[in-house]
Structure formats: structure tokens, C-alpha cells
Design a binder for this molecule. Structure first.
Ligand SMILES: Nc1ncnc2c1ncn2[C@@H]1O[C@H](COP(=O)(O)OP(=O)(O)O)[C@@H](O)[C@H]1O
Ligand SMILES: [Mg+2]
Length: 472
């Protein structure tokens, strides 16, 4: 089925405007017509009553039994008047009544015996309105009929119809034009906005839509659109930076592999030297693999494709497992790793993802704390949440860098981090891993060293079964 809906909102609005205007004016015209018609008819009837009263007063019975007015009226202003005997004999009529005979006056007179009646006689043109009623003239009961033509009334009403219904299309046309101009004016900013929006692309994301009045509907739409553009611009910028950083990071181990290989090929070497060269090439390959793994993890997180599982996690047990896994690194640096738990909280969430976050934090603590330092993982529980603090006795983080360290590839000391096998993605991954589990990763201000805090919402009722403490 073809739908005849105009594409342009402007035209649709104008058509609606015209339709509503037509309906309103139509109802208004019908109302005015009915009011004027009823008014004119009752006015006519009033005059008929006056005529009737005048006729009853003016007529007299002559000595010969005929009926006639006291004094003859002039030809011009003679009203329409007939007088009948009760037997149905015409006793008197005026010249006007003779000129415009009304059909069936006898019957009309008959029907008027009981009540004074006013009826329209439509058989003549123009129709007549007749009033019949009983009266006494000189003591003799008779029937008096007076009538008036509806001609002037019909003429007035026709003129009214003419004015109303001729004026209606004109009024509708004017209001339609007004509606069209109004719609055009109201919708003009949308045209400008869509023109501007069309020109905005990935290269021109800093462009914004014009906001004429931020408080009206269109202004609000433009503001919302501009906010979306701002967010898009910042995520485009982030993506661009991430791609640039990622390619740079990937290039470094590749360049290292290449130069180690090139050096190896220069001149002849013994087996041990070749083994060493291959060993360092494999080290770089490991770095590359680690980097690619982390990038993949982040990109899965970005696209929301990380399928999270719902495990019952024994947090102290997980903390111990993480500390144990990294204890070799700590031992190498003569550091102590303590796990302290106020309670044995259980938590619902993805164990592997939370483990990754804790691993990254404890790994950082070990890496950035000088030899012989102390690291502590402290699990605390409150009624609403649970916190896992990773505290170290290292150099801490300058306040101005406290938000930046969570950025991808951001490292305070690039060369030092690289020496430690860092990629600059550890904290970004940890933050994602905690947040995706409904928690929060923050850097808590500390007098010395640094303290990273994972806050997790409490998902199951507290289950305090004891206190654990252990050193690794
Ligand atoms: N416990 C810490 N103490 C001091 N500095 C830290 C600590 N954890 C992270 N940092 C700083 O934050 C930077 C980002 O950390 P991260 O994202 O894990 O990257 P990296 O791969 O370098 O470890 C590190 O390069 C380091 O400068
Ligand atoms: Mg790290």
C-alpha cells in the first residue's frame, strides 16, 4: 500500500495546521449560522405575534355580518391577513393574502383551533410562516391567520452562508501560509544543524553545531549532539594515541630482535655466542608476546567481549595465591610480602580477572620498591564493601601523576619500566579488570610508599570465620 505521507516535516506541519484550521472554522461557521438562523426565526415569530394581536384589535364586525378593519390600511403596508369562520368560510382577507395564497389555509386554521400555532409552509416560494389562532371579533368567534414571508430571512441567511463559506477558504489559505512560514522559521535551525553535521567527519571532530538558544528544544538537541561529539572526539583521540603507542611499543622489541640478529650474522662466532644471541632474541619475542597478550586483553575489554564468569571467590586465598606466585621476584630483591586479612570474605565475581588485577598491582609493588623493601596485601571488610590494599615501601607516586599512571602506556620512568619488563599497560588492565567486576581501583594517598586500593561491592552476606595472617 502506498502511503501518501509527505517527507518534509514542514509540509506535514502545514497540512496539519490547515486541517485543524478547517475543522475549527467549519464548526465555528456552523455555530454562527445556527445561532443567526434561530435568532432570526424567533424574531419573525415575535413579529407574527404582534401582527396577530394587531389584527385582533383592528378588526370589527359590520352590521351586515362581514368582518373588516376599523380603518382600511394603505395598499403598501397591508399585512398578510385572513379571517375564517369556525365553519371554514373565508370572512375577510387582505390584498397581500390574495396575492400570495398559502395552500391549505383551512386545514392550517383547523389545526390552530386548540393552540396558537406558527408553522412554516414550504410549498410556496419563498416559504411563508403562518400563525393561526382563535379570536373574538365583535363577540363572534373566528379564526385569524397572519403570515410573513421567510424571503428576507432566507436572503440574509444566504448572504451569511456566502460570507462564511467564501471567507473560509481564504482564511484557511492565509492561516496555511502563516503555518508554513512559521514551520519554516521554526525548522530553519534544523536545516543549518544538519548541514553542519554533514560536514563533520573523523577529521573534523572538533567542529560543533551552532546553538542559537541553549534553553529551547533545538538548542538542547544541539547541545546533546555537541556533547556526543566531544565524547567521540576524545575517544577518537584516545584511540589514535593508543594505536600510535601500541605500534611504537611493538616496534621496539622488533627492532631489538632485528639488530641482535644482524649483529649475530656479522662474522663467525662460537656456539655459546650464538646461543646467547638466540636467547636474547627469544627474550624479546617473550616481551612481544606479553605485549600482544595485554593488548588483546584490553581490546577485548574495550569491545565488551570479555565473558565474565561468576565464581565464589575466597579473597584471602586469592591474595595468598598471588603473593606466592610472585614470591620468587620478591625473594630476588630481598623483599618481604605480607598478606593480612581481617576476615575471610567471600565475593561473587570473575576470579581470573580479579587475579589479573591483583597480580599487576603486586608485580608493580615488587618492581618499583627498592631491594629489601616491604610489601603488604591487606584485605579489609566493611558491611557494604571490601577493600584489597597493595601497600609498598617504595618511592611512591608524585600527586600530579596519580591519574596519569592509569593511562595506557604511561610510565613515570620509561627506561626503568622497560628494564623491568614493563609495558605501561599493567595499571590500565588492572583498572579495567576491577571496574568490569563492579569495583573501583584507586591510589590512596600515603605518607611513604604507595597504596593501591581495590574496592569491591559486597555481593554476599558477611561470612566472618576468622582472621588470617601470613608472610611469604
Ligand atoms: N607501586 C608503585 N610504585 C611506584 N610507581 C609505580 C607503582 N606502580 C606503578 N608505578 C608507576 O606507574 C607506571 C605505570 O604502571 P604500569 O601500568 O603497571 O606499567 P609498567 O608496565 O611500567 O609497570 C609505572 O611505569 C610506574 O612508573
Ligand atoms: Mg606494571
Amino acid at each position: 500500500m502506498i502511503r501518501l505521507t509527505p517527507k518534509s516535516v514542514r509540509v506535514r506541519l502545514t497540512l496539519w495546521h490547515i486541517a485543524v484550521m478547517l475543522a475549527v472554522l467549519g464548526v465555528y461557521a456552523a455555530g454562527v449560522y445556527t445561532f443567526v438562523r434561530n435568532n432570526s426565526l424567533s424574531l419573525l415569530d415575535e413579529r407574527l405575534h404582534d401582527d396577530f394581536d394587531w389584527a385582533s384589535d383592528m378588526l370589527a364586525q359590520r352590521p351586515d355580518g362581514t368582518i373588516a378593519p376599523y380603518e382600511e390600511t394603505g395598499e403598501g403596508d397591508s399585512p398578510w391577513l385572513q379571517v375564517w369562520s369556525l365553519e371554514g368560510r373565508l370572512l375577510y382577507d387582505t390584498p397581500e393574502a390574495r396575492r400570495n395564497p398559502v395552500p391549505r389555509p383551512a386545514q392550517l386554521a383547523e389545526s390552530a383551533k386548540e393552540v396558537d400555532r406558527v408553522v412554516t409552509v414550504p410549498d410556496v416560494s419563498p416559504p411563508y410562516r403562518v400563525m393561526s389562532g382563535g379570536a373574538r371579533i365583535g363577540g363572534r368567534p373566528v379564526l385569524v391567520q397572519v403570515a410573513r414571508s421567510e424571503g428576507p430571512l432566507a436572503q440574509n441567511l444566504n448572504q451569511l452562508i456566502y460570507i462564511l463559506f467564501l471567507g473560509l477558504p481564504g482564511a484557511v489559505a492565509i492561516s496555511g501560509l502563516g503555518g508554513y512560514l512559521l514551520a519554516r522559521r521554526a525548522l530553519a535551525p534544523i536545516g543549518r544543524m544538519s548541514e553542519r553535521a554533514r560536514s563533520i567527519n573523523a577529521e573534523r571532530l572538533n567542529d560543533r553545531l551552532p546553538v542559537d538558544n541553549p534553553d529551547d528544544e533545538l538548542g538542547r538537541l544541539a547541545t546533546v549532539f555537541n556533547d556526543t561529539l566531544t565524547r567521540l572526539e576524545s575517544s577518537f583521540e584516545q584511540m589514535r594515541r593508543f594505536t600510535a603507542d601500541a605500534s611504537h611499543e611493538l616496534r621496539t622489541p622488533l627492532t631489538a630482535i632485528r639488530s641482535v640478529g644482524e649483529v649475530g650474522l656479522r662474522g663467525k662466532r662460537d656456539e655459546t655466542a650464538y646461543r646467547e644471541i638466540i636467547g636474547s632474541m627469544l627474550e624479546e619475542v617473550d616481551r612481544l608476546a606479553l605485549l600482544v597478550d595485554r593488548l588483546l586483553m584490553l581490546s577485548r575489554g574495550d569491545t565488551g567481549r570479555a565473558n565474565l564468569s561468576m565464581d565464589v571467590v575466597d579473597i584471602p586465598e586469592l591474595a595468598k595465591e598471588v603473593a606466592e606466585q610472585l614470591s620468587v621476584l620478591a625473594e630476588e630483591k630481598g623483599q618481604s610480602v605480607q598478606v593480612r586479612c581481617d576476615a575471610v570474605p567471600r565475593w561473587f565475581g570473575d576470579r581470573m580477572v580479579l587475579r589479573q588485577a591483583m597480580l599487576n598491582l603486586v608485580d608493580n609493588a615488587i618492581k618499583y620498591t627498592p631491594d629489601g623493601g616491604a610489601i603488604e596485601v591487606r584485605v579489609t571488610q566493611t558491611s557494604a564493601s571490601m577493600t584489597i590494599d597493595v601497600i609498598d615501601s617504595g618511592p611512591g607516586i608524585a600527586p600530579e601523576l596519580q591519574t596519569r599512571i592509569f593511562d595506557r602506556f604511561y610510565r613515570v620512568d620509561k627506561s626503568r619500566s622497560r628494564e623491568n619488563g614493563g609495558t605501561g599497560l599493567g595499571l590500565a588492565i588492572a583498572k579495567w579488570a576491577v571496574e568490569v567486576n563492579g569495583g573501583l581501583l584507586t591510589l590512596v594517598p600515603a605518607v611513604s610508599g604507595s597504596c593501591f586500593r581495590i574496592t569491591l561491592p559486597q555481593t554476599v552476606p558477611n561470612e566472618v570465620t576468622g582472621v588470617c595472617s601470613g608472610a611469604l
